[in-house]
Design a protein around this ligand. Structure first.
Ligand code: PLP
Length: 404
């Protein structure tokens, strides 16, 4: 194939070898879309009395809770802060453990460490790359307090199995749904299935507030703890004190300032209006990728029968035994074609901090580690045009044919 490639026209020559790139400008793997209407709404908040702790916060929280069909939604200044709040509300503390997946963004495991508790990893299922309930079951101990599955790439985790384990052992399920706003599991929208569900509003996610996050729950007690935790551990907020003309407040637990601003919540409310359209756009792109890539030497994301993914990412696994290049070479070749591929994720236990602190060794979580060597995330965001998606298809075909 390599010899053939040199005989082909120059447009087939890889950009990394001096050929013409598929695109002139870099297509990122994810990015936000902000409407003019959203900008005007945010400007309106800037002219209002409340930049923070104002009326936009409950408005956004209530609209969000309604969207995911949960009783309560508590906003946070980031998805990471929201995870920290959920870990605290679950009762994680020194001497306790929480079990999570290594194939995630470090924040999922870091939130356990913030509370003084110990993260325990369990390997992923090779099909969906989601946390494997069978692996989790073997790691539950008397110290375990919470299970933290991640809806990897926007595909719901096996929630029923985790909820059964939690019920049996008296644990709380904190679902990291930072990838999965708008996804569904067994005909229910993600957000009210686990005891707490955590979302992120970082610009690459489905809905953005710049930085921001949310925890949803059906438990009034957890919602109250989450509200206090994000506000210094104080039992009432500034606006309700002002409304009732009171100066009195009490700090009842050691919280943080993790509040989301009214500016951000106004943007979030606007973004919520566009969410269904964004989701269907992502699903259409996923469908076009699936159709275009079925013959190539790579494993496409698997969708379980009981799941409707939200397609935060489109991670493919290169079948390296069928390719003459490494993942690094394919990655560099796609980047040179101006396709902003990425890798999700370096398994958390392989980061130096975790490796050194917990003495992890290569092969501790072989499925996650194998996936890591094969994974490449293709661009996936709702603002992608048909031309953008076609560019990805052309570039992937061009590069993989060369390496086949
Ligand atoms: C984005 C993300 C987070 C963190 O959210 P931030 O809003 O960036 O703090 C946590 N977990 C996962 C799986 C994420 O993708």
């Amino acid at each position: 194939m390599r010899i053939m490639a040199t005989c082909e026209t120059t447009s087939h020559e890889l950009a990394i070898h001096g050929g013409v790139p598929v695109r002139d400008t870099l297509l990122p793997y994810g990015r936000q879309s902000i409407s003019e209407e959203s900008i005007q709404t945010v400007v309106g908040v800037l002219r209002s009395d409340w930049l923070t702790t104002g009326p936009k916060i409950p408005e956004f929280e209530q609209a969000f809770a309604k969207y995911v069909a949960a009783d309560y939604a508590v906003s946070f200044s980031s998805g990471t802060a929201a995870l920290h709040g959920a870990a605290f509300a679950a009762g994680l503390e020194s001497g306790k453990e929480a079990i999570t997946t290594p194939l995630t963004f470090a924040a999922t495991a870091n939130c356990i460490l913030y509370t003084g508790a110990t993260p325990v990893f369990a390997d992923v299922s090779p099909r969906t790359l989601n946390l494997d309930p069978g692996e989790v079951a073997g790691r539950i101990s008397s110290r375990t307090r919470a299970l933290i599955p991640v809806d990897y790439a926007g595909h719901p985790a096996e929630l029923e199995a985790f909820l059964e384990l939690a019920d049996k052992h008296g644990l709380i399920v904190i679902e990291d749904a930072c990838h999965a706003l708008g996804a569904a599991y067994k005909n229910r929208r993600i957000g009210s299935i686990s005891q707490m569900t955590v979302f992120s509003f970082h610009p690459v996610k489905h809905l953005t507030t710049g930085e921001g996050g949310m925890v949803t729950t059906n438990d009034a007690g957890l919602a109250e703890t989450l509200r206090r935790f994000r506000n210094h551990g104080i039992s009432s907020d500034a606006r309700s004190r002002q409304a009732s003309g009171q100066w009195f407040y009490e700090m009842v637990l050691l919280g943080f300032n993790y509040r989301l601003t009214d500016i951000a919540c106004a943007l979030g409310l606007q973004q919520l209006n566009n969410l269904d359209g964004n989701l269907s756009r992502r699903r259409a792109i996923a469908a076009s990728y699936k159709a275009a890539f079925s013959e190539l030497p790579m494993t496409l994301p698997v969708v379980a029968d009981d799941a409707i993914p939200a397609w935060h990412l489109y991670p493919v696994r290169l079948q390296l035994e069928r390719l003459s290049g490494t993942r690094a070479q394919v990655f560099a070749a796609l980047r040179a074609e101006n396709i902003g591929v990425n890798v999700h994720y370096i398994p958390v236990h392989m980061h130096p901090y975790y490796r050194e602190r917990f003495s992890y060794r290569p092969d501790d979580f072989p499925r996650a580690e194998l996936a890591y060597e094969q994974l490449i995330s293709l661009p996936m965001f709702h603002g992608m045009t048909d031309q953008d998606a076609e560019d990805v298809v052309r570039a992937v075909h061009k590069v993989l044919h060369w390496f086949s």
